[in-house]
Design a protein around this ligand. Structure first.
Ligand code: URQ
Ligand code: ZN
Ligand code: ZN
Length: 503
């Protein structure tokens, strides 16, 4: 599809700019992909594209911190690839995604990184970056982590505590990985579920004849997420390095994060659109396809309170930035687990509907202000991953990634109208009020009037420098705590014989 405007230059008039600290009426001029001027009554130069944003909000382009496009996983490949996935992203107002390189155990991280980057560079329709998963530990991994940080623009590494016998690492390996993250100034991310207990829970369910999707949640209740979340935070804090819990899916896990934050631990939590927009009761649906569509890990929780409580945490700033974990599989792929839920490829959609789901469940419920919405869907992610204010803010010099948002327009989410490749939408039938009517990437319109106008492969890889704001003050915290570790000077122990012989 040809982009309607290749110049990266556009004038947006009469909108209300919303950043995470304030909002104000203004025109915005983007030139060659960079925001050039923000002021009232900017006169358009000859030939410049002008868009009227009267009664609309201008938001910083959304940032999705967690996607898995075309991920080889559980014997298949997720169907939203970097082209379709980023089309769906911009159709919902997201203009920057961070995907995951996931090396197989024993595979070179650099080799896997190069493969993922090749896949992405050929297809992305918006800017992107890459986290790297650490699925094994060795001197080689340690060396390659340094190269990824110093030469490839990676500042985040993910450990899986789940997926025993595939991605899962031990506590001891995680300890060494976290130490390495600290040395390199990279944030340690964790998929926090007790993988050994999940493995036992899965066996138990199958032995009991519970083979359907409901067995997925029953085998890995939220206690296993909360326990692993606590363990990951304790290990990270023992190293005194910032830790980021991905896809926080339960009240239990959120409570653990809150407890440690109150004690001054540098921990961040990422809720996802699924956990903020639906609940896990769908896994008990009598239609197998419907139930299997909601299978992901950690499970979307059946407790109906969860989505509201997670939104409350997000509003208070006790959870930080919203991802999606977009990892989609069609019916025939999910059916690989039709007789055994442990074989259902884990993953759901989210990248297109994320911002409207957060607006509907956050702003329209009175829990989030406009500014808090921007924080949750864009700027906090940019800060944590050290690309603020290039991304996550509408200001002079920032990237021209802008969403024209209509807070009063509604739509009903459906697989029949979404832009994903997947044949199911976990938000099916949900009416949302608050949608992206125009999405601008690097000063070019890529979504408008309900139509995409992307240029495949036009997105850029954005390197993320180490030692971002998440590391501020970490050394001092470490120093103060280490000063408390003192040895006691005492006389050497003497048993009675030694005592008598010295008299
Ligand atoms: O665990 C993840 O984040 C990846 C493998 C996607 N699948 C999922 O169920 N979350
Ligand atoms: Zn995960
Ligand atoms: Zn994931």
């Amino acid at each position: 599809m040809l982009r309607v405007d290749q110049t990266g230059t556009i004038l947006i008039k009469n909108g209300t700019v919303v950043n995470d600290d304030r909002y104000f009426k203004s025109d915005v001029l983007v030139e060659n992909g960079i925001i050039k001027e923000i002021s009232k009554n900017i006169e358009p130069k000859e030939g410049i594209k002008v868009v009227d944003a009267t009664d609309k909000l201008l938001l910083p382009g959304g940032i999705d911190t967690h996607t898995h496009f075309q991920l080889p996983f559980m014997g298949t490949v997720s169907v939203d690839d970097f082209d379709i996935g980023t089309q769906a992203a911009v159709a919902g107002g997201t203009t920057f995604i961070i995907d995951f390189v996931i090396p197989t155990r024993g595979q070179s991280l650099l080799e896997a990184y190069d493969q993922w980057k090749k896949w992405a560079d050929e297809k992305v329709n918006c800017d992107y970056s890459l986290h790297v998963a650490i699925t094994w530990w060795s001197e080689q991994v340690s060396r390659e982590m340094e190269i990824l940080v110093k030469e490839r623009g990676v500042n985040s590494f993910k450990c899986f505590m789940a997926y025993k016998n595939s991605f899962m690492v031990t506590d001891q390996e995680m300890y060494h990985i976290f130490k390495r993250c600290k040395e390199l100034g990279a944030i340690a991310q964790v998929h926090a579920e007790n993988g050994d207990m999940v493995f036992e829970g899965q066996k138990k369910m199958l032995e009991m004849g519970i083979t359907g999707p409901e067995g997925h949640e029953l085998s890995r209740p939220e206690a296993l997420e909360a326990e692993a979340t606590n363990r990951a935070i304790v290990i990270a804090d023992s190293v005194c390095t910032p830790v980021y819990i991905v896809h926080v899916q339960s009240i239990g896990a959120a409570d653990v994060i809150c407890k440690h934050r109150k004690e001054g631990v540098r921990v961040y939590g990422e809720p996802i659109a699924a956990g903020l927009g639906v609940d896990g009761s769908h896994m008990w649906n009598h239609d197998w396809r419907h139930a299997a569509a909601f299978v992901m890990g950690p499970p979307i929780r059946p407790d109906p309170r969860t989505k509201g409580v997670l939104m409350d945490y997000l509003a208070r700033g006790d959870l930080d930035c919203v991802g999606t974990d977009n990892c989609t599989f069609c019916a025939d792929q999910k059916a690989m687990g039709k007789d055994d839920f442990t074989k259902i490829p884990n993953g759901v959609n989210g990248v297109e509907d994320r911002m409207s789901i957060v607006w509907e469940n956050g702003v329209n419920t009175g829990k989030l202000t406009w500014c808090q919405f921007v924080r949750a869907t864009s700027s906090e992610a940019a800060r944590i991953f050290n690309i603020y204010p290039r991304k996550g803010r509408i200001d002079v010099g920032c990237d021209g990634d802008i969403v024209i948002w209509d807070p009063n327009q509604s739509k009903t989410i459906s697989k029949d109208t979404h832009h994903h490749a997947v044949d199911f939408n976990i938000f099916e039938g949900i009416k949302v009020t608050g949608i992206a009517v125009t999405t601008i990437v690097a000063g070019n319109i890529v979504w408008s009037d309900n139509k995409l106008s992307c240029v495949k492969g036009s997105g850029r890889f954005v390197p993320r420098p180490p030692f971002g704001p998440v590391f501020d003050g970490i050394e001092q915290r470490d120093k103060v705590r280490n000063e408390l570790l003192r040895k006691v000077d005492r006389k050497p122990y003497e048993d009675d014989n030694t005592k008598n012989s010295s008299k």
